[in-house]
Write a protein that binds this ligand. Structure first.
Ligand code: PBG
Length: 325
């Protein structure tokens, strides 16, 4: 009796395993989301995201310098707008001196090569905490798209390398691409949140930015997690409308979607390992029920293996330290 195939041969030592590993994480795979607040010397630990902070611009710039020195090449910016600047039009979103616009400039001034991506959606600026303009209890699509176009142009003008629309309105990628072209922003990219699901895993993020919806939920614009084919349709639409990168979000419960999208588009795919996914690992580790470092590496490797070329994750710094060990 003999065996033709002994798959354990390739697993017998860590040296052989590393020789045949199909998926290898590297620092430039990661996009680190950053939460930014007004003020100076502000460093606020998000209660539901232990070890993760919302900082003022000064601290954010310091952080960005460190990230660059670690080999992390991209950040995704989110700001916490003061309550008195919130309304139903979201107009603070395109204020040339707004917190987002000042943050972009400060980061590019400090580390010119850092790729700055910006969240484009009205929720931090909306009195209703919704991603779009509200009329009669509904989130209106086309007026919101006009606002998102103004917001994107103002980010491009401030120096953003990529705008990242996370709002899930119909037709916004084409509208933003057209406006960028018309205004001569021919080097500004679009990372489209193409398959963004209405997910409970965004909970801690809404804590971080105080942006929970004031009424209802986001199910009339974010996708139903029961659906897979719709994700492919959304990604293909965004590719055709001019997106440079498409995104699937969240990540771990959506690995099938990441693979499906990867197999269907001809542009890079990113995945967003979201706040709730971060919180779960942190909570499990705190209870002593899960090994945090191993959970980070296994999660991120699985997301990349599923087909993500890029991963937005709050664990980017931890991951870089772990893969350099
Ligand atoms: C806002 C936005 C959200 C996230 C990214 N952009 C929240 C939401 O849609 O309610 C979630 C990110 C995370 O949970 O880490 N449009």
């Amino acid at each position: 009796m003999y065996q033709i195939h002994r798959p354990r041969i390739l697993r017998q030592s860590s040296a052989i395993r590393s020789l045949v590993a199909e998926t290898i994480l590297k620092p430039s795979d990661f996009i680190l989301p950053l939460f930014i607040d007004e003020g100076e010397n502000v460093e606020f630990e998000i209660p539901s995201m232990p070890g993760y902070f919302r900082r003022s611009i000064d601290g954010t710039v310091k952080e960005v310098k460190e990230l660059w020195s670690m080999g992390i090449k991209s950040v995704l910016l989110f700001v916490k707008a003061p309550d008195d600047l919130k309304d139903n039009t979201g107009k603070e979103a395109w204020n040339p001196d707004g917190l987002m616009q000042r943050s972009i400039k400060a980061i590019k001034d400090a580390v010119a090569e850092m790729i700055v991506m910006t969240d484009v959606a009205l929720d931090p600026y909306s009195i209703y905490g919704h991603d779009g303009i509200v009329e009669n209890g509904e989130i209106v699509n086309d007026q919101t798209v006009e606002a998102l176009v103004k917001m994107s142009l103002s980010h491009a003008k401030a120096g953003a390398d990529f705008v990242a629309p996370s709002d899930m309105m119909d037709g916004r990628i084409f509208a933003i691409r057209k406006a960028l072209e018309e205004n001569n922003f021919t080097k500004t990219g679009i990372m489209a949140y193409s398959a963004k699901y209405a997910s409970c895993f965004y909970g801690p993020f809404r804590d971080a930015l105080d942006s929970a919806p004031g009424f209802g939920d986001k199910k009339t614009y974010q996708m139903d997690y029961a659906n897979r084919i719709e994700a492919v349709k959304e990604a293909l639409m965004d590719e055709e409308e001019g997106a440079d990168i498409v995104m699937v979000k969240p990540a771990m419960a959506y690995l099938d979607i990441i693979r499906e999208v990867k197999n269907n588009v001809q542009i890079p795919v990113s995945a967003y390992h979201v706040s709730g996914e971060y919180a779960l690992i942190k909570a499990g580790a705190k209870m002593g029920w899960i090994n945090e470092e191993k959970a980070i590496l296994e999660s991120l490797t699985s997301i990349k293996r599923a087909g993500a070329d890029l991963i937005a994750t709050y664990f980017a710094k931890d991951a870089v330290k772990l893969i350099n060990l």
